[in-house]
Structure formats: structure tokens, C-alpha cells
Design a protein around this ligand. Structure first.
Ligand SMILES: C[S@@+](CC[C@H](N)C(=O)[O-])C[C@H]1O[C@@H](n2cnc3c(N)ncnc32)[C@H](O)[C@@H]1O
Ligand SMILES: [Zn+2]
Length: 289
């Protein structure tokens, strides 16, 4: 079976003015004349500065994306991917939302979670939005039904009103502003949020960034227009070797605060392999139909 190319201009909107985009030489343009370049790898560059916040966010570096892909590829977060996928499939079944709509993965990184969801929802198309050029490059070729674009999600989410049947927000930083605008009636948000004990065997000895309690409840409270359908917490331990532990540290925001040599030295004092807690809450919310 040949798969028709996914047309990203159907869903994407100008990050400056929200206008529809048409294809032009080298990229896309809105009716107000804002031009956005298309990279040779096929994705559109829609990353613009959020008002009052200075330069656009750069997102994860190549080293961080490599670490994330190795850690995910090793299976350490398979239970989280399965929980996100199952929550999405369960919520969409019987929701009345078209089963050939868009799944939008906010701050989706290289698109690993989106790929699991698309495999389970064979009629749907996926879009990863992320600030990181390198993550978006990988996401663009991550799945036959996925496309990607760079975006600073502290600004406007550069997609059309009501265009998303399903929004994913998995370990994604930042506020949930705009999610209600982009969800179609009956559409579903699945968010995955770490709990304070997530990766605690690394967080405590290596003095990593702590996850505050109550983040899932905070997200739900920030979306008063959506109805909560389900909430579940994945809890397990995974066994990681030293290289896996290093990836767990350097695939996330700790990469901006930690020195690799110091983390390596601290890890050498810990047992190998190390049993590491995974504790992630998956919340499902629905836009009223
Ligand atoms: C912890 S990673 C999660 C990636 C993916 N959801 C996953 O779970 O594999 C956070 C992601 O947020 C992106 N990011 C950080 N700040 C952002 C911003 N202001 N706008 C869009 N993406 C951002 C990073 O580039 C990175 O890919
Ligand atoms: Zn515009």
C-alpha cells in the first residue's frame, strides 16, 4: 500500500498572525506576507519569539536528543509509551471524533511517543511541534504518517483552531495555554507528567532537578474548559547500566545544569546496574463535544 504524503499546510498556521499558509518557493507564506522557510529535510520552520520572552527557545541539543533516543530505544520508558497510547485509544473510541484526524505532539522531541500512538490509530496523521531543530529533523522522518515543524510553544501554537483530534503533552515543558483552542469538539488531550519519585535513585545522589508534587493536578486546573476522563500513574522500576543512567540525566533539562564528568564520577559510586523508579501520571481530558 502506498501512503499519501501528509500535507502539513492543512493544519499549520502562521505563528505571527494565525493565518492559513500556502506553499511558495522555499517555504510557505500567509496572506499577510509572513514567509516561513522549509528545510531541505522537509519540515517548516515556525519558531518565532514569544512576546516579552526574548529570543525563541532553542530546545534540546543534538546530544540531548541522542541520549533520549538511546534511553527510549532501550525500552526504559516503554510502559509510559504504552500508557499514553492506551489512554489515547480508549478516549478516542466512542468519542465521535473522526478517526482520520490529526494527532499533535506538543514538544514531541524526536517523535517516539507519537509513533506509538499512530501505530495504534492507523487512520490518523501526526504532527510534532518542538523548539529543537535537531528533534524536529528526526521527528519529520520518524513515521510514514508524521510530519514536524519547529515552534516555540510559549508563543502561539501554530495550528488551526479546532484542528487537533488528539493532543499529546508528554514530559513537555511549559503551560497548557492554547490547548483548548486547538482541540476539535470531542477532542482529547493526553498528558504525561512525572511524579516527584520519578528517577529518584538518580535525582537524590546526583542532586538533579527535583520534580515538584502536584503537577498533574496543576495541569488539569489550568484547563477548566476540558473534562477529565481518566488519570493513572505508571509505577515500576527499570534496570539501567551506567550508560543508561547517564542518558537518563542528559536527555532532559539537567543537561543544562550538570557537568558530564561530575555526573560520571558520582555514578561510579552507585551500584551497576541500578534499579530506577519510573513514576509518571497520565491524564486524559476531553473537549466537550
Ligand atoms: C523532556 S523533552 C520531551 C520530548 C518528548 N515529548 C518525549 O517525551 O520524548 C522536552 C522537549 O521540549 C522541547 N522544548 C523545550 N522548550 C520548548 C519550547 N519553548 N517550545 C517547544 N518545545 C520546547 C525540547 O526541545 C524537548 O524536545
Ligand atoms: Zn502571518
Amino acid at each position: 500500500m502506498t501512503i499519501a504524503p501528509v500535507d502539513d499546510l492543512e493544519i499549520l498556521r502562521c505563528p505571527h498572525c494565525g493565518g492559513a499558509l500556502e506553499a511558495v518557493a522555499g517555504g510557505a507564506r500567509c496572506s499577510a506576507g509572513h514567509h516561513h522557510d522549509r528545510a531541505k529535510q522537509g519540515y517548516l520552520g515556525l519558531r518565532v519569539a514569544a512576546r516579552g520572552l526574548g529570543a525563541p527557545a532553542a530546545g534540546d541539543t543534538a546530544d540531548m536528543v541522542d541520549a533520549r533516543e538511546r534511553f527510549q530505544g532501550a525500552g526504559h520508558h516503554d510502559s509510559v509509551a504504552a500508557a499514553v497510547r492506551d489512554a489515547a485509544v480508549a478516549a478516542l473510541a466512542g468519542s465521535g471524533v473522526r478517526d482520520d484526524g490529526w494527532v499533535v505532539d506538543l514538544a514531541g522531541g524526536p517523535g517516539w511517543h507519537l509513533g506509538h500512538v499512530l501505530d495504534a490509530l492507523p487512520g490518523m496523521r501526526g504532527l510534532v511541534l518542538d523548539a529543537s531543530t535537531i528533534a524536529v529533523r528526526r521527528a519529520q522522518r520518524s513515521h510514514p504518517r508524521a510530519v514536524a515543524a519547529t515552534a516555540d510553544l510559549r508563543a502561539r501554537i501554530p495550528i488551526a483552531d479546532g484542528a487537533a483530534a488528539l493532543v499529546l503533552k508528554v514530559f513537555a515543558p511549559g503551560p497548557a495555554a492554547e490547548i483548548e483552542r486547538v482541540l476539535t469538539p470531542g477532542g482529547v488531550l493526553v498528558a504525561a507528567i512525572p511524579e516527584p519519585e520519578h528517577h529518584r535513585e538518580l535525582v537524590q545522589p546526583l542532586k538533579l532537578l527535583k520534580v515538584p508534587a502536584g503537577k498533574a493536578a496543576e495541569l488539569v486546573a489550568s484547563l477548566p474548559g476540558l473534562q477529565e476522563l481518566a488519570r493513572t500513574t505508571v509505577r515500576e522500576t527499570v534496570r539501567v547500566d551506567r550508560a543508561g543512567a547517564l542518558d537518563a540525566v542528559f536527555m532532559g533539562p539537567n543537561a543544562f545544569h550538570q557537568k558530564r564528568e561530575q555526573v560520571e564520577t558520582a555514578l561510579a559510586a552507585l551500584p551497576e546496574p541500578l534499579d530506577v523508579t519510573v513514576a509518571v501520571t497520565v491524564v486524559t481530558l476531553r473537549q466537550p463535544g
